[in-house]
Design a protein around this ligand. Structure first.
Ligand SMILES: C[S@@+](CC[C@H](N)C(=O)[O-])C[C@H]1O[C@@H](n2cnc3c(N)ncnc32)[C@H](O)[C@@H]1O
Length: 266
């Protein structure tokens, strides 16, 4: 073994002894992803590690041929949302949800790690940073801010809301609207007790595997077709399901991007 490899292995082993995993991330498209993450992290406070941010991009890219839009709950200063916008697949829209006033109050399930108002940001500043082309801002307390999107389909959802109630509400809203093969990536798993509780409660008894990734992320790939079976004869990214659309408007349904493959049509 060459000296350089022996040194690399020694550094990795020393880090591993301290519970830190070091991984090479420089091959092919990975180099490009990492460059993008480093660029954004230099511009903004990014609350994901570089590795987690690369995994965010990998999941987004993996879901690009799945029908539906992209969403993020937990935008804060806009760094992870910026990455999503930079890699947003053609024809898709990005929906960003945050109070932009920081975290809401937690519950007993969240312990003492987070406090109300933490990560307070500024909607106008984030809007200027990310832009508005195919990007939609939904300021306020989720899930009330998602009412107007009740008839949308999603291909990829990033959850970074830190808290039990916010995360559970996001699973309840997005899971039913996630296309088969669509991905949800949830941050702070298994590090935040409220997030763990929400994941365990929601996915108990569901067939979809919850994959714990390196860093603090859980990835769920939707297996069940659910209401999507009833999506027929409508433009892409719109879910025509009476139960889901009870509060959706005709205007919502009119606002749409290019049709996607993968959704059953008549
Ligand atoms: C850790 S920060 C997000 C960081 C961001 N994803 C990044 O990596 O740069 C968590 C955010 O979740 C938001 N949040 C949590 N629960 C929410 C809710 N129910 N409605 C709206 N925003 C919420 C907070 O306002 C906060 O900005």
């Amino acid at each position: 073994m060459q000296l350089r490899d022996r040194l690399t292995n020694a550094v990795k082993a020393a880090a591993a002894r301290r519970g830190i995993l070091l991984a090479r991330y420089a091959d092919l498209h990975r180099r490009e992803r990492l460059a993008m993450v480093r660029h954004v992290a230099a511009e903004r406070t990014l609350l994901l590690s570089h590795g987690e941010a690369c995994q965010l991009l990998a999941c987004l890219e993996t879901s690009d041929r799945i029908a539906g839009d992209v969403a993020e709950l937990g935008v804060a200063y806009g760094a992870s949302a910026k990455l999503l916008s930079m890699r947003l697949p053609a024809g898709k829209h990005l929906h960003l949800f945050d109070t932009f006033k920081g975290l809401p109050r937690g519950t007993a399930a969240d312990g003492v790690r987070f406090h109300a108002g933490e990560f307070e940001s500024n909607l106008e500043d984030v809007r200027r940073y990310i832009g508005t082309e195919r990007v939609h801002y939904h300021p306020g307390l989720f899930p009330a801010t998602a009412d107007a999107l009740s008839d949308r389909l999603f291909s990829f959802v990033h959850l970074d809301a830190d808290l039990y109630e916010s995360t559970l509400a996001a699973f309840q809203f997005f899971y039913r609207r996630l296309s088969p093969g669509g991905i949800m990536l949830c941050h702070d798993y298994p590090s935040a007790s409220g997030v763990v509780k929400a994941v365990e409660e929601f996915f108990r008894g569901k067939p979809d595997p919850v994959v714990e990734l390196t860093g603090y992320q859980a990835m769920i790939v939707k297996l069940e077709s659910g209401p999507i079976n009833r999506v027929i004869g409508v433009p892409g990214n719109v879910c025509r399901d009476a139960a889901l659309n009870s509060r959706g408007t005709a205007a919502d349904r009119g606002h749409d991007s290019a049709p996607h493959t993968g959704v059953a049509r008549e």
